[in-house]
Design a protein around this ligand. Structure first.
Ligand code: SF4
Length: 688
């Protein structure tokens, strides 16, 4: 397909998936926002500068194979033959589970689907998971338990425009997805965040709990809602089950106790509940701050319980939702690249699900492996006697983004074979034995599913540079070399999408009625969309929840401490997050000059009193040390920080990686690592 002059597509970065139009000008590619509902003519810094990604100097253009310690350019046949030969040997010596696959939440739906199929059929491995496990797996588990299905926002973003009050728990959209804020312009915001973020600055009420205590706080909010008479008893009776058990747990979380545990004053707790309960239109939204904990699922369940008690979910103009982060964080978790799931959001242990997917793939159900390890457990097992000896990474950079990153580098370095498919030489690619240059964003066709469960077309403006190929072609080439019939791995995105839709039919995320033609004709299609006449489902749960009885479930939860608590050697708690100008591991945005200029280096935010006690001053370099490692960051003294907490962004590489510090304690259900609570000490370092 040749270059075209202009295309309507979407931003390459976050889950808002702002609408853009790209045009090839004499001086390069220009971007302008479209009137797409989520951004309505707005873009953030990242969206405005996205065309620079098409012209980055160190763009991968040729396959690379490690020889004599260095990565050497080779042709595609050599690269793919090398991988297939080494995989064959590893599988012969150690079995199919000796090869693992690590996917990404930025991959198109088509890539995510074909990657899952490739892993289960061509490799025959159960060992596949993806970086979305680090993103919103806790919200997904809690949403499934409460509502019977998980879709980030079960309503369109534009519904928020009519809200009187929105509670944001651990979400900072003013920095992470600024165009969303136009929908919150008229709402009063209640923000729960240990930091005074850009979003908290705009809030009518900011609750600033100690990190790791959100669950105690929300149990207290439920307590107030019930005791002060704000609970919607008719709604609880007619639309939910399990209230009594959830209330039993909240009973002992009276406001004064909550204040002692969280630091949030009683008056602020009462005001938050009153604001939500008195509003004629109110929403509760969670983000990573509430979710990335070893009790992340319970914490999100706590917020859903509060929303249910106030009668919000499944009613027009009200609701609960999760602000998904990665570009295809929603679609990425629906099509089979999760360790425990098959396409259509089906559980891999469900015999009916296995039979349906096996039939779509033309194999017997017994051929499909069972569940594998979750993302961190997969990375942690690499190179061990029980774990994979080879890993194929598509669209992810775990050297920077995984928790306890120093340990993960050790594990990656112990592999017999590391293959990375990416369009930039990421920090993980630099460790690889084979690097495969693949297409990005404006060089490919496909679909993405945004945070509203709306399926969007990604369109190609221009051919990729050098010898870069689409990931679909890479998977086809590898599968054939591993002895699979080529027709099982189409290279056309449209063909893969059609198969994906068939595989999803009847599942929770049902795409069966969606086609490229309908999307190209401008239809706004949110799943489920089970047939060609179906208009899609922008609002879920209005007629009942997705459990067989149609009722939502209260889930009883109890507060517990984080995996580690500050003590003499590590007296502070570090929490991590994003800044406006950078995205995820920074592998893309650190290569865009304007973004790097806006946010060039790692920093650590610290309260003035804490800084003084540690001998730190604004602007000097500090060493932040946790039980797992140390990271360097420039000190920012911030008066609004809690005295017991420091904050670091996680976008920066090398010795500035915040994830050198982060805890690898996992939530028992979602297997989400505890990125948001790590004990640390901070001390000055001399700059050379
Ligand atoms: Fe892109 Fe997200 Fe910024 Fe929109 S908010 S321009 S999708 S990064």
């Amino acid at each position: 397909m040749p270059d075209v002059r202009t295309v309507a597509t979407h931003c390459p970065y976050c889950a808002l998936q702002c609408g853009t139009q790209l045009t090839r000008e004499r001086r390069g590619v220009s971007v302008r926002p479209t009137d797409f509902p989520v951004n309505r003519g707005g873009l953030c810094q990242k969206g405005w500068t996205a065309p620079a990604l098409l012209d980055i100097p160190d763009r991968l253009r040729n396959p690379l194979v490690r020889r004599d310690g260095g990565l050497t350019p080779v042709d595609w046949d050599t690269a793919l033959d090398t991988i297939a030969t080494r995989i064959d040997r590893i599988r012969r010596d150690h079995g199919p589970d000796a090869v693992g696959v690590f996917g990404g939440g930025g991959l198109t739906n088509e890539k995510a689907y074909l990657l899952g199929k490739f892993a289960r059929l061509a490799l025959g491995t159960s060992q596949i998971d993806y970086n979305g496990r680090f993103c919103m797996s806790s919200a997904a588990a809690a949403g499934n338990a409460a509502f019977g299905v998980d879709r980030g926002l079960p309503f369109p973003v534009t519904d928020l425009g009519g809200a009187d009050v929105v509670l944001l728990a651990g979400a900072n959209p003013a920095e992470t997805m600024p165009p969303l804020m136009q929908h919150l312009r008229t709402a009063q915001l209640v923000v729960i965040d240990p930091r005074r973020t850009a979003t908290a600055e705009r809030a009518a009420l900011h609750l600033q709990p100690s990190p790791g205590t959100d669950l105690a706080l929300v149990l207290g909010l439920l307590h107030i809602a019930v005791v002060d008479g704000w609970a919607d008893t008719d709604y609880i009776r007619t639309r939910t089950t399990g209230f009594d058990a959830a209330w039993q747990r909240a009973m002992t979380w009276w406001p004064e106790r909550v204040e002692r545990v969280t630091g949030v004053p009683v008056t602020a707790q009462r005001q938050a509940v009153r604001m939500l309960a008195e509003a004629s239109s109110a929403y509760v939204l969670t983000g990573r701050g509430a979710e990335q904990h070893s009790k992340g699922v319970d914490t999100v369940s706590g917020f859903i319980n509060l929303a249910l008690a106030l009668g919000l979910p499944g009613r027009a103009g009200r609701g609960y939702g999760c602000l998904t982060g990665q570009g295809n964080g929603q679609g990425g978790r629906e099509h089979g690249q999760k360790a425990d799931q098959l396409p259509g959001y089906r559980m891999i242990t469900d015999p009916a699900a296995r039979a349906h997917v096996a039939e779509t793939w033309g194999v017997l159900p017994d051929v499909l492996p069972g569940p594998g390890r979750s993302a961190y457990e997969l990375l942690d097992a690499l190179g061990t006697t029980e774990g994979p000896r080879a890993l194929l990474v598509f669209g992810s950079n775990p050297v920077v983004s995984a928790p306890n990153a120093g340990h993960i580098v050790d594990r990656l370095s112990s592999l017999d074979l590391l293959v990375v498919a990416d369009f930039v030489p990421s920090e993980t690619a630099q460790l690889a034995d084979v690097v495969l240059p693949v297409t990005q964003w404006a060089e490919e066709e496909g679909t993405m599913t945004n945070l509203e469960g709306r399926i969007l077309r990604r369109r190609r403006l221009q051919v990729p540079p050098g010898h870069a190929r689409s990931d679909l072609e890479v998977l086809h080439g590898l599968a054939v070399r591993l002895g699979e019939p080529g027709h099982r791995y189409p290279t056309s995105p449209r063909e893969v999408f059609e198969e994906l839709c068939r595989a999803s039919a009847g599942g929770k995320a049902d795409y069966a009625g969606i086609t490229y033609e309908r999307l190209d004709a401008g239809e706004a299609l949110h799943w489920p969309c089970p047939d060609a006449e179906h208009p899609g489902t922008p609002r879920l749960f209005l007629d009942g929840f997705a459990h067989p009885d149609g009722f939502a479930r209260f889930v009883p939860v109890e507060h517990r401490d984080s995996a580690e608590s500050p003590h003499g050697t590590f007296p502070l708690t570090a929490t991590t997050g994003r800044v406006l100008a950078q995205y995820q591991s920074g592998a893309q945005t650190r290569r865009v000059a304007e973004l790097n200029e806006a946010s060039p280096e790692a920093f650590v935010e610290i309260h003035p009193d804490t800084a003084y006690r540690a001998g730190l001053a604004d602007g000097i370099m500090a060493k932040v040390t946790s039980p797992r490692g140390s990271a360097l960051a420039r000190v920012r003294v911030v008066a609004t920080m809690r005295t017991d907490t420091v904050f670091l962004p996680f976008h920066f590489p090398g010795g500035a990686r915040a994830n050198l510090l982060t805890s690898d304690a996992l939530d028992p259900r979602s297997r989400m690592p505890e990125f948001k609570v790590s004990v640390v000490r901070v001390e000055p370092v001399q700059e050379a």
